[in-house]
Design a protein around this ligand. Structure first.
Ligand SMILES: NC(=O)c1ccc[n+]([C@@H]2O[C@H](COP(=O)([O-])OP(=O)(O)OC[C@H]3O[C@@H](n4cnc5c(N)ncnc54)[C@H](O)[C@@H]3O)[C@@H](O)[C@H]2O)c1
Length: 360
């Protein structure tokens, strides 16, 4: 590969220019020098027009389908920020056309569906990455490092809490209430993925009790209490709510990671990096000291931009991204098993949706 080929920006088509897609265009794509967004696609004509206007793009950069964009523009990769139901179909269309793919979370509602894209990408030798942006933040990264270094010794338990009040949307902004599994698909996937990342362990089984109070505007669960067993018998609790009256957490939630020799707490992904916080207490017994703040290194790119940079580098022959489609199957599996548990009322084995050999 020539130097030019390794240093020229990856030519990216961006499909799905709704609320979050426009936010990518404003905040996540521009900081990544390694990509050039060469076209935008949205199947909804008014949304496409609004995006064209907002981004100041000429007609020959705006398309109503991936097929039209691929016919008109020389592209190497596709960023998918359409709703979940369209993730795998769009990824497959892009992979079939020989393009690398970065797809928003949740990758898919089931492991079986996600696997179709994973297998196609591997057959074609293309990068397929899932944007689990909460990973690429200073607090979560530091918590992972501390656990891996054994700062608190062998882990005993993990607790994670996510509390928001998202119940006052004006008419017209209320689509969230009709989302399929607004807590487990839309939000807990982030926390399930962080749980795997911070502990370095995959989930073995899960029990999920969901609730949707009689006054809730949500069509499906507004909140859930979940117990996860991870490899090695480690147990985690997760409480998530869109209708919480308690003090609100940041998007990451509030985490307590406890071990034989101490405790790590962390929170993050607030509006600013100042809200990233990690605290550590080492010691046991009554004389143990207080939690002390852990200094967080100044990050380079964070969140979605960090993931997009990984895609570009992988396309140009660098290391694979941290969250490949295949590795993300373990987070999708925990989410899917939690949904199954909520329906069955039983503990569900994660292996039933993701046989161990699929990850190896
Ligand atoms: N990671 C995060 O922190 C985060 C935050 C918000 C949303 N998201 C994710 O981003 C995605 C999009 O969310 P949103 O709120 O912007 O949704 P949205 O419904 O506002 O926008 C999605 C857009 O995709 C377009 N679209 C759908 N199917 C298409 C297809 N086949 N071809 C072309 N265009 C198509 C729609 O017309 C729409 O304009 C979801 O997967 C959501 O989970 C992630």
């Amino acid at each position: 590969m020539s130097d030019d080929a390794t240093t020229t920006p990856v030519r990216l088509v961006h499909v799905g220019l709704g609320n979050w897609g426009l936010d990518w265009e404003a905040n996540a794509v521009p900081p990544v020098a390694e990509v050039e967004r060469v076209a935008v696609v949205d199947g909804h004509a008014p949304t496409l027009r609004a995006a064209q206007e907002r981004l100041g793009l000429p007609d020959d950069r705006c398309f109503s389908s991936l097929a039209e964009a691929f016919a008109a523009v020389d592209a190497e990769a596709v960023l998918v920020t359409a709703p979940m139901v369209a993730h795998v179909p769009l990824a497959i269309e892009a992979l079939d056309a020989g393009k690398h793919v970065l797809v928003e979370k949740p990758f898919a509602g089931t492991v079986a569906e996600a696997r179709t894209a994973v297998e196609l990408a591997e057959e074609r030798g293309l990068v397929l990455q899932v944007s689990q942006n909460y990973r690429f933040r200073p607090a979560a990264q530091a918590a992972r490092r501390l656990v891996a270094e054994g700062a608190v010794g062998e882990l005993s338990v993990v607790h994670a809490d996510f509390r928001r009040w998202d119940h006052d949307a004006a008419v017209g902004d209320s689509r969230h209430y009709a989302f399929p599994h607004p807590l487990l698909y839309d939000m807990a996937i982030h926390h399930f993925d962080l749980l795997r990342m911070v502990t370095g362990r995959d989930a073995v089984s899960v029990y999920a009790k969901v609730t949707d109070p009689s006054w809730s505007k949500y069509e499906e669960e507004a909140a859930a209490v979940v117990v996860v067993e991870l490899e090695g018998g480690l147990v985690a609790s997760y409480r998530g709510s869109w209708v919480s009256q308690a003090p609100q957490t940041t998007w990451d939630g509030e985490w307590s990671v406890e071990g034989r020799d101490g405790r790590i707490t962390f929170t993050g992904r607030g509006a600013t990096l100042e809200e990233e916080q990690v605290e550590l207490r080492v010691g046991h017994g009554p004389d143990r000291g207080a939690l002390e703040p852990v200094e967080l290194p100044a990050p380079g790119l964070v969140g979605r931009a960090a993931g997009l940079q990984q895609l570009a580098r992988a396309v140009r022959g660098g290391p694979p991204p941290e969250v490949t489609g295949r590795s993300n199957l373990a987070s999708v599996a925990l989410m899917e098993a939690a949904v199954r548990s909520a329906a069955s009322g039983r503990v569900e084995d994660v292996e039933q949706v993701l046989p161990a050999e699929v990850l190896s």
